[in-house]
Ligand binder design. Structure first.
Ligand code: ADP
Ligand code: MG
Length: 462
């Protein structure tokens, strides 16, 4: 709270500072522009009056009546002196003193002098200065009053308008700070939902995006935890059962469970692999999508990768029929073999899980020439994926309802990992599916330009 108060005060003080600067600027304008603008036009007529009066020195009556007239009607104070400082005539009760000798010298050089409503006009005869007239006229006050009024009005407006401005900046910031604190305190539903188009709106939207992302992270973490615990439950229950049977001495029945337990464990291992891989890929991605993932690349022969995947599949599902169709010459890849292996295993595993035991599974590999790449297709004739679900199968934790109802294990990370790995290798992955003919996944991975001979020198690419 103290922080926002400080912001409010700072914005407001900034307003006040502006105000002081504006006042200073107005003063300068009044003094150096407005005042001369008012004063200067008065000077010629005043000078003419001084000359005229001096020409009346020998007609005292006319002089006095005109002096009185000027006093009354023009508020002009006039006092006439002879050159040696003798007062000749004046229309003021307390006339100003005569000029000092220095002032007199100055007047000889510059016989007309005005400043701020006060003037001295010398009368110059053929032998030099003969006398002078001191004048005082009141500067008209009206323009100054108007200018001052304008200034005061402007200052008031600034003073009043600064407050809402200061509030409009510090208010939302204060609100955001409260919200961030609430979010940090566990109220995960708070959102700014700002419609402002300015930087504060940006800040609020950034906060909302951050909050959404954090909530999504938390959600997927929870889901992972729930799914993994679910996956662990069956093998653990079987292990416990087998232990109990063994303890009771029923070793034959206990042994009958061992095969199931082995199968369960065989499913858990790749699951753990997927979780670790997902974490590794996510960590690498950070926020910039093109941040380089930590691939441990090496030269790999596609043929070796595929043969190994096929061997693992046959070992894991001995009763399933897998037909392989590989091009005679498959390209060399510069890739992370441990990751690509997870791609093939996950796709083959899904194909087996989501099709009947009697259905054949197809694994095809082609060499693509331009641009050089390896294309792998994994097809099954199983349950298929509904068109509405197709775009979502690569999302972490997504599983279709039909796959959930089947008694197959899995937490829905497999395809997310597949896509993560393929994208990290700058490849592509597509899926086509329909309920009648089954599902096909197509993966392409760019090949290296290296010649196959280099493979012998490369560290093992199994
Ligand atoms: N070959 C396939 N045939 C039908 N559905 C599939 C196939 N492969 C994936 N799916 C669907 O996509 C979902 C996500 O797959 P995946 O990420 O491997 O998760 P999991 O195998 O753990 O269920 C599966 O649950 C299933 O619904
Ligand atoms: Mg899977």
């Amino acid at each position: 709270v103290s922080l926002t108060r400080r912001l409010l005060t700072r914005v407001y003080l900034h307003g006040i500072l502006l105000l002081a600067l504006a006042a200073g600027a107005s003063f300068l304008v009044a003094n150096y522009l407005l005042k001369p603008a008012i004063d200067t036009p008065v000077r010629p007529s005043t000078t003419w009056i001084a000359w005229h009066l001096q020409s009346l020195i020998n007609e005292p009556e006319r002089l006095h009546s005109q002096l009185a007239d000027l006093r009354e009607r023009a508020h002009l104070e006039v006092t006439l002196f002879s050159v040696d400082g003798v007062l000749i005539a004046s229309n003021v009760a307390a006339p100003p003193p005569p000029l000092t000798p220095t002032e007199l010298k100055e007047l000889e050089r510059r016989p007309t002098q005005f400043e701020d409503g006060v003037g001295v006009v010398g009368s110059v005869g053929p032998d030099g200065l003969t006398g002078y007239t001191r004048l005082r006229y009141s500067m008209p006050g009206q323009p100054f009053r108007i200018a001052a009024g304008q200034l005061v009005a402007a200052l008031l407006v600034i003073a009043l308008a600064s407050m809402p401005l200061a509030r409009s900046i510090s208010g939302p910031v204060e609100r955001l700070a409260r919200m961030a604190r609430a979010f940090g305190g566990g109220e995960l539903a708070v959102r700014a939902r700002s419609t402002r188009g300015d930087e504060i709106g940006d800040l609020a939207r950034a906060f909302d995006e951050m909050a959404d992302r954090i909530v999504a992270f938390r959600h997927s973490e929870k889901e992972l935890l729930a799914n993994v615990s679910h996956e662990l439950r069956t093998p653990l229950a079987r292990i416990r059962l087998a232990l109990e049977l063994a303890r009771e001495g029923d070793t034959r029945r206990a042994q009958s469970y061992l095969e199931d337990i082995e199968e369960d464990l065989a499913e858990l291992e790749p699951l753990l692999d997927d979780i670790m891989t997902a974490a590794r890929l996510d960590l690498a991605r950070g926020d910039g999508k093109d941040a380089a993932p930590p691939l441990r690349r090496q030269l790999v022969a596609s043929q070796d990768l595929l043969d190994a995947a096929r061997a693992r599949f046959v070992r894991r599902f001995p009763e399933r029929r897998l037909t392989c169709r590989f091009d005679a010459s498959l390209p060399l890849l510069e890739a992370d073999p441990n990751l690509l292996r997870r791609v093939l295993d996950n796709l083959l595993d899904n194909a087996a899980k989501f099709s009947d035991a009697s259905d054949v599974i197809e694994l095809e590999a082609r060499a693509i020439v331009t641009p050089r790449a390896l294309e792998v297709r994994v097809c099954d004739h199983g349950i298929g994926i509904a068109a509405a679900d197709l775009p979502r199968v690569f999302e972490p934790f997504f599983r279709t309802d039909r796959s959930r109802s089947r008694k197959t294990g899995g937490v829905g990370l497999g395809l997310a990992v597949v896509r993560g790995i393929v994208l990290a290798h700058a490849g592509t992955v597509h899926v086509e599916s329909n309920k009648a003919s089954g599902t096909c996944f197509t993966v392409t991975v760019p090949a290296t330009a290296a010649v196959p001979a280099a493979l012998d020198a490369a560290p093992g690419g199994s």
